[in-house]
Ligand binder design. Structure first.
Ligand SMILES: [Zn+2]
Length: 123
């Protein structure tokens, strides 16, 4: 038996590709957002990773570089919650955005912990 069809946006059981016009409009809107900002997203995702290099040069401050990297990376993912097409087809657009944002917040929190560790270790 075939699994029930699911709306590509909200992932609810649906007759067609989308369960309604609202979901279809939201999915199109999100796709336009992805198309418009995917380049910026890549830059903003790769840029902070490069912070690791000065981090190894100024090793005493590696926690600061790591914290900065995570704060930028986390914010990037929250603003641009872009995930792989596989994730979208598995969970639907809506849930994928939520999962991406949740990851973004976790990374932000980790960055804050690293920053706090650095401050505590200085004292
Ligand atoms: Zn839907």
């Amino acid at each position: 038996m075939q699994p029930p069809k699911r709306c590509k946006y909200c992932n609810d059981v649906s007759e067609g590709e989308f369960c309604g016009e609202e979901c279809e409009a939201s999915a199109i809107e999100f796709q336009e957002y992805v198309d418009r900002y995917s380049g910026l997203f890549l830059l903003a995702a790769v840029g902070p990773i490069l912070l690791i290099i000065p981090g190894f040069v100024f090793f005493d401050y590696i926690l600061v570089f790591l914290a900065a990297m995570m704060l930028v990376l986390g914010s990037t993912v929250i603003v641009f919650p872009f995930v792989t097409p596989e994730t979208v087809s598995m969970f639907g657009v809506k849930k994928s955005i939520r999962i991406a944002r949740w990851c973004g917040y976790s990374v932000l929190l980790m960055g804050a912990v690293f920053a706090a560790m650095f401050i505590l270790m200085r004292q």
